[in-house]
Write a protein that binds this ligand. Structure first.
Ligand code: MSP
Length: 514
């Protein structure tokens, strides 16, 4: 039986059009999901949209349509983005679906039964933009004397009857869970941040609202709707069959292996969510990983600054796989990063066109011209051949632990070490010269290069699926051999296999056109 791997993106607020930050979170999950599938796992990759709450209700009002019409329209933009970015999710959940209402109400009822939810009254600060409550100590004064949340979002005073989740009772048990599971929050800086927040003492959390209607009704008290974060977080359970905890999907995929999130929402995922789950007697997630934020040419990305980067525009300008590569290569995953067109062009020209593209093109054209368009028959391998082939064969093994700690940039660097070594090997072996002096040796060298490129094509497949498939097509690698199980000798290129005519894979970008 294949080992299960359940991976989720946050579900996206539908008050806005998708931008580069949304594409980034899902891209990271897509690459991991593809890597795990190629590595033999049974993957369940979930994404979707967060459609309830005051923010969405207000956005619908501004658009002049009822909330349901509004969310139907905007949710579709996120599906379109997923298609455009070649994301391979297995399910797309919407929190306005019937299956989700059922799951939220079942979780709520469990928490009422265990005594972890009680009725009270809320009086405090709320930021609609963050859909979050803040204590007075967390607020700062804005330029016009208004109060601001730490995120910069304006807050408003809220006073209304509310149900509370007894979060204050879960501090020690949360700390116990973090201690017993050292990998449950990454990177380490976020883990420390979460732990000190919990150590600082937790207050009970308001989990229902009465001053607006757009949400999941509280069972047996329909004047209340559930706090949008309790509703939203539950999506991860809904999608694998909750409340049916005996279902095949739930028993297979729970607890979730990885919730990928941005650093802004780590507290919701690493504090509130495990507390809700543990209180309901359900296992908390295995890991939450919080990545950093992108700025645009040094500036915070925001609608009001008018500098939102639309993924569609980038893909149009530079090509899909180029964008997928750049986003995960440019910045150590987990850190903040800055998007600059000059860096995008530089990476495309140096690492894609010059390093990878050139290696593939010059090697395969030599095979095509000098080996009758078929995989050449190699002779005995020399030490130099083995020095290139062996790390190429071990690439997946090298990448596995890096991917498991979401170090995408390091996994890409490991691939590029082989690419650079292969280019050095071509220069040094000079197969074009061997053609005149030692044809059998030339065939060995070209075979070693073709085999190395096969390993590279497999390794880059999760990152750049379309282009890597094109590279593997040029080596006539059968589709069923495009998994890591075939990366070893059993999938090795067979001498004599006819190859299609080689084509360039990574065009150089003309800088003036930027
Ligand atoms: N709806 C909540 C999540 C609920 S999950 C149960 C939400 N949605 S969001 O649409 O505002 O943000 C979704 C993701 O986009 C977050 O992971 C966030 O960090 C990410 N990004 C939004 N802007 C970003 C950048 N500028 N850079 C990188 N990622 C950022 O929060």
């Amino acid at each position: 039986m294949a080992q299960p791997y359940y991976i989720t993106t946050p579900i996206y607020y539908v008050n806005d059009a998708p931008h580069i930050g949304h594409a980034y979170t899902t891209l990271a999950c897509d690459v991991l999901a593809r890597f795990k599938r190629m590595d033999g796992y049974r993957v369940h990759f979930l994404t979707g949209t967060d459609e309830h709450g005051q923010k969405v209700e207000k956005a619908a009002e501004v658009a002049g349509v009822d909330p349901q019409t509004f969310v139907d329209r905007v949710s579709q933009n996120f599906r379109d983005l997923a298609e455009k970015m070649n994301f391979s999710h297995d399910d797309f959940i919407r929190t306005t679906e019937e299956r989700h209402t059922k799951a939220c109400q079942a979780l709520w009822s469990k928490l009422v039964e265990t005594g972890d939810i009680y009725l009270g009254a809320y009086a405090g600060w709320y930021a609609v933009r963050d859909e979050a409550f803040y204590t007075v100590g967390e607020l700062t004064d804005g330029p016009n004397g208004e109060k601001l949340a730490p995120t910069g979002a304006p807050v408003e005073w809220v006073e209304e009857p509310s149900y509370f989740f007894r979060l204050s009772a879960w501090g020690d048990r949360l700390l116990g869970y973090y201690d017993a599971n050292p990998d449950c929050i990454g990177p380490a800086s976020r883990r420390n941040e979460v732990m000190s927040f919990v150590k600082g003492g937790l207050q009970d959390l308001s989990v229902s609202r009465t001053s607006f209607k757009w949400g999941v009704p509280v069972p047996n008290d329909p004047d209340h709707i559930m706090y949008v974060w309790l509703d939203a977080l539950t999506n991860y359970a809904t999608a694998v069959g909750f409340p049916d905890m005996e279902s095949d999907d739930f028993t297979t995929f729970w607890p979730c292996n990885l919730h990928m999130v941005g650093k802004d929402i780590v507290r919701f995922h690493a504090v509130y969510w495990p507390a809700f789950l543990m209180a309901a007697g359900i296992a908390p997630p295995t890991r939450v990983y919080a990545h950093g934020w992108w700025t645009n040419e040094g500036q915070k990305i925001s609608k009001s600054l008018g500098n939102v980067i639309k993924p569609d525009d980038l893909v149009e300008q530079y090509g899909l796989d180029q964008v997928r590569f750049f986003l995960l290569r440019e910045v150590p995953f987990g850190n903040d990063g800055d998007f600059a067109h000059a860096s995008m062009i530089s990476r495309m020209n140096h690492e894609l066109a010059n390093d990878y593209g050139n290696l593939v093109q010059r090697s395969l054209s030599m095979v095509s011209k000098n080996c009758s368009g078929a995989v050449p028959e190699p002779g005995a391998f020399t030490d130099e051949d083995r020095a290139l082939l062996e790390p190429a064969e071990r690439l997946v093994e090298t990448m596995r632990p890096l991917m498991d700690r979401q170090a995408f940039h390091e996994a890409l660097e490991a691939i590029w070490v082989v690419i650079r070594a292969a280019n050095g090997y071509v220069d040094h072996q000079a197969p074009w010269a061997l053609r005149k002096t030692d044809e059998p040796r030339m065939r060995t060298v070209l075979y070693v290069l073709a085999e190395t490129i096969r390993h590279l094509g497999l390794a880059t497949l999760p990152f750049m699926p379309e282009t890597s498939d094109k590279i593997l097509d040029q080596l006539a690698v059968p589709v069923e051999n495009r998994s890591f199980a075939s990366a070893g000798k059993c999938g090795a290129l067979q001498p004599g296999t006819a190859l299609p005519k080689p084509q360039g894979v990574f065009p150089r970008f003309v800088e003036e056109a930027a």
